[in-house]
Design a binder for this molecule. Structure first.
Ligand SMILES: C[S@@+](CC[C@H](N)C(=O)[O-])C[C@H]1O[C@@H](n2cnc3c(N)ncnc32)[C@H](O)[C@@H]1O
Length: 246
């Protein structure tokens, strides 16, 4: 009990210290704040993940959508900017994310979604969504995706949110990145697996696959600003933009 009091007293003192540092920062010493900001961000992020059960109970119009809502907002902004005629999502799960994209397309007046999963875990349907059942990297699925992509008459965007193991993400990047049109994006989700220790059992995850991909391609570049839009993100180095022809 005595120890617990000591610890909580110490945490309180540290919080006071940080508050004092913050008020100094607001008096023109922003550089001091930068020393603490990453730590505070990381503490908050871990707390947020714990509180929301890693965003496991988020819903879109009542349907489960397994997304960090800050990242989801960046996706919304990107869709409105790129205006994909086709969005390919690997990892349907309970269907909330593809439904969210389809509803955005309803508002924008254009766009279709292909979403792929090894399991069907929902009863949803929407005229803009095609649900494919199978592994995202198996030949039948790839051939269906290729045939749909060849008929797309505008930007193609890809979101990789299926099996987050490094080998699978590497395979997905090999097959799906070439489908992205110049100026559009491949979003590789959940690189957070490789940065927060709470996710370490899932390593190696997407991040080494992304880094390897970026080292070996001239076609894509990392959109760091988009990847860090709200400072905390499940998708570090996740937004890969296909370069436009010079
Ligand atoms: C993180 S969930 C997707 C969450 C969903 N995009 C959302 O925002 O609600 C990952 C999904 O990938 C699926 N999955 C796992 N391995 C897969 C594979 N090889 N191909 C396609 N989907 C796969 C799982 O069945 C699971 O439903």
């Amino acid at each position: 009990m005595a120890n617990e009091v000591d610890v909580s007293e110490r945490i309180h003192q540290l919080a006071e210290l940080l508050r004092a540092e913050c008020s100094q920062a607001y008096n023109g010493q922003e550089n001091r704040w930068q020393e603490y900001a990453p730590l505070i961000r990381s503490l908050f992020f871990c707390d947020l993940i714990a509180k929301t059960n890693n965003f496991g109970a988020i819903t879109w119009l009542g349907h489960p959508i397994w997304q960090n809502i800050l990242d989801l907002w960046t996706i919304q902004e990107t869709i409105a900017e790129v205006r994909p005629s086709l969005l390919i999502e690997c990892g349907t799960n309970r269907g909330g994310s593809s439904l969210f994209f389809a509803h955005l397309f309803d508002l924008l007046g254009e766009g279709e979604v292909i979403t792929i999963d090894v399991e069907r875990m929902h009863q949803l349907s929407h005229p803009r969504i095609t649900y494919l059942l199978g592994s995202s990297t198996c030949s039948e699925i790839l051939s269906e995706v290729h045939s749909r992509t060849s008929r797309a008459d505008g930007p193609v965007m890809v979101i990789l949110d299926s099996d987050h193991s490094e080998p699978h993400v590497r395979e997905e990047l090999k097959h799906y990145a070439p489908l992205v049109t110049p100026g559009s994006y491949c979003l590789v989700q959940d690189g957070v697996i490789d940065t927060l220790s709470i996710f370490s059992p899932g390593r190696p995850g997407p991040l080494p696959a992304i880094e390897r991909f970026l080292r070996t391609t001239q076609e894509f570049e990392l959109d760091q600003e988009r990847s860090q839009r709200f400072l905390i993100t499940h998708h570090p180095k996740g937004w890969l933009r296909r370069k436009k022809a010079a």
